[in-house]
Design a protein around this ligand. Structure first.
Ligand SMILES: [Mg+2]
Length: 265
C-alpha cells in the first residue's frame, strides 16, 4: 500500500508520463512550442543559442503535417525569434504573449504605461552595468535580469527588481530560469495560445504545448484545463501531463510522429 492510499487521499498532481508513450494525430493537433530550452538548448548567454539547419527543416515539416497549425511561443522579443528562425513563416508569439505575428502581419498584444516601462528598463540596465555578473535582456515589453553565471546573486537580483514594481503600476515580477523578469500584468503565454487558437488553421484542434521553464507552468495549467496536452522539457516540478528530457528528445519525438500529410487519400 502506498502512502497516499494509506492516508486516504491522492496527491493533486500525478507525475508526468514519458512523452514517448504519446502519439498525436497531426490533422487534429495544434503545436505550440516554446523556443529557449524547448526547441533549442539553453546557452551561456541568451544571444549564444544556435538553431541548426535540421531544426529549420523540422519546423517546415511540422508546418506541412499540421497544415500550418504550428506556433512558436517565446518570452523573447518577436524580432529576436524572427532573426533566429529566418526561414520560418508561421505564427510566432513574443514577449510572453505581448507581441504576435500571424500570416506575415505583426500585432501588439498589450496596452501598458510605456513611459514607466522605459524608466524601469533604464534602472535595470544601469544595475547590470554596475554589477557585470548579471546580464540585462531588453524586451520590447519587459526586461529580464539573468544571473545564470552567478546563482548566488538570486536574492540580490530579486530584491532589486521587487523594488521597481508595485501592485498598482501595472507591472509584475516573474521568476524564470536563472533570471527574473518585469513585464506588464495580464499578458501571458496562455493568453497568447488562447488568441492564436482563434485563427482558422488552429481552431478546433487539440492544443499541444511544450515548454521548459517555470514561466510555462501557468500555460500548462490553462492547456490542461482546456483539454490540451502539456509537455515539460527537463527536470523540475511541473503540472504538465508529459515530460521529456531535453530539446533533443522533444525533436526526436516530433520527427517520429506519423506523417498524415503523406497518407494516401
Ligand atoms: Mg523556455
Amino acid at each position: 500500500m502506498d502512502y497516499y492510499t494509506l492516508i486516504g487521499f491522492a496527491p493533486e498532481t500525478e507525475a508526468p508520463e514519458d512523452l514517448g508513450t504519446l502519439a498525436v494525430p497531426a490533422h487534429d493537433t495544434a503545436l505550440f512550442l516554446d523556443f529557449d530550452g524547448t526547441l533549442v538548448d539553453i546557452a551561456e548567454t541568451p544571444s549564444a543559442v544556435t538553431v541548426s539547419a535540421r531544426d529549420g527543416l523540422l519546423l517546415d515539416q511540422l508546418g506541412r503535417r499540421h497544415a500550418n497549425a504550428v506556433a512558436i511561443i517565446s518570452g523573447r522579443n518577436l524580432h529576436e525569434i524572427e532573426k533566429f528562425l529566418q526561414d520560418f513563416s508561421g505564427t510566432i508569439s513574443g514577449g510572453h504573449g505581448a507581441e504576435l505575428r500571424h500570416a506575415g502581419e505583426h500585432f501588439p498584444g498589450i496596452d501598458c504605461d510605456f513611459e514607466r516601462l522605459e524608466h524601469i528598463k533604464n534602472a535595470v540596465m544601469e544595475f547590470a552595468i554596475i554589477d557585470p555578473r548579471v546580464i540585462a535582456e531588453d524586451k520590447s515589453f519587459g526586461i529580464v535580469l539573468h544571473f545564470r553565471q552567478h546563482p548566488e546573486l538570486e536574492s540580490k537580483v530579486h530584491d532589486f527588481l521587487a523594488c521597481l514594481v508595485n501592485e498598482e503600476d501595472g507591472f509584475e515580477l516573474q521568476s524564470a530560469k536563472m533570471a527574473f523578469e518585469i513585464k506588464p500584468k495580464g499578458i501571458s503565454k496562455a493568453k497568447a495560445i488562447e488568441r492564436i487558437m482563434q485563427f482558422e488553421e488552429f481552431a478546433g484542434r487539440t492544443i499541444l504545448f511544450a515548454g521548459d521553464d517555470e514561466t510555462d507552468e501557468t500555460a500548462f495549467g490553462w492547456v490542461n484545463a482546456h483539454g490540451g496536452l502539456s509537455v515539460k522539457i527537463g527536470d523540475g516540478p511541473t503540472i504538465a501531463q508529459y515530460r521529456t528530457a531535453s530539446p533533443t528528445t522533444l525533436k526526436k519525438w516530433l520527427r517520429s510522429q506519423p506523417d498524415a500529410s503523406r497518407r494516401e487519400a
